[in-house]
Design a protein around this ligand. Structure first.
Ligand code: FES
Ligand code: FES
Length: 188
């Protein structure tokens, strides 16, 4: 006969060697028990079903996994999730604010994608790049690094976005979309 007083369930014990972490992603706190060797990309995709960031090469060569950490672009395949507690993590799922981000709208308007696999990384990277312009950070093709404002040129965009590959070759549309979305804000 079953006991009228069932034994209370013990709190789940994390597997040996796992780490308990709290990540803030797109404004939402997530508490996770993970292998400390897990990349941010695998946490996003495999643990939280945030499949916007894509796994292309998983070794830092393609940019498909780009997300923003404290508004700076990072490759999530090369970032350990345990190092990011307390940081603001933004994926493509957190870019729109009720309506499409101007860059998302511009990608549609200017045919900035074909299969779309690289697009989440391209958009996160472009938003991070725009912040770099606003902070006055030069690139390898900046002529006058002491200039008050860096010219928002095609050469600058191509250089700064060169870590994001597009296997469909939608580069012309991507460049046009970035220009269209950000031209006015950088004071061209
Ligand atoms: S998947 Fe991260 S750079 Fe390719
Ligand atoms: S649109 Fe297909 S990889 Fe870029």
């Amino acid at each position: 006969m079953p006991s009228p007083h069932p034994t209370p369930k013990a709190a789940p014990i994390p597997p040996a060697g796992s780490a308990l972490i709290l990540l803030k992603i797109n404004g939402v706190d997530h508490s996770l028990s993970i292998d400390p060797r897990t990349s941010l990309l695998d946490v996003l995709r495999e643990h939280l079903s945030l499949t916007g960031p894509k796994k292309g090469c998983n070794q830092g060569a393609c940019g498909a996994c780009t997300v923003l950490v404290d508004d700076q672009r990072v490759l999530s395949c090369l970032s350990l999730a345990v190092q990011l507690e307390g940081r603001k993590i933004t994926t493509i799922e957190g870019i729109a604010n009720g309506e499409l981000h101007p860059l998302q709208a511009a990608f549609i308007e200017h045919d900035g994608f074909q299969c779309g696999y690289c697009t989440p990384g391209q958009i996160c990277s472009a938003i991070g790049m725009f912040q770099e312009f606003q902070n006055g950070l030069p690139s390898a093709v900046t002529g006058d690094v002491a200039a008050a404002a860096i010219e928002f040129s095609d050469a600058e965009i191509k250089e700064r976005m060169s870590g994001n590959l597009c296997r469909c070759g939608a580069y012309v549309g991507i460049c046009e979309a970035i220009h269209s979305a950000f031209d006015r804000e950088v004071g061209k």
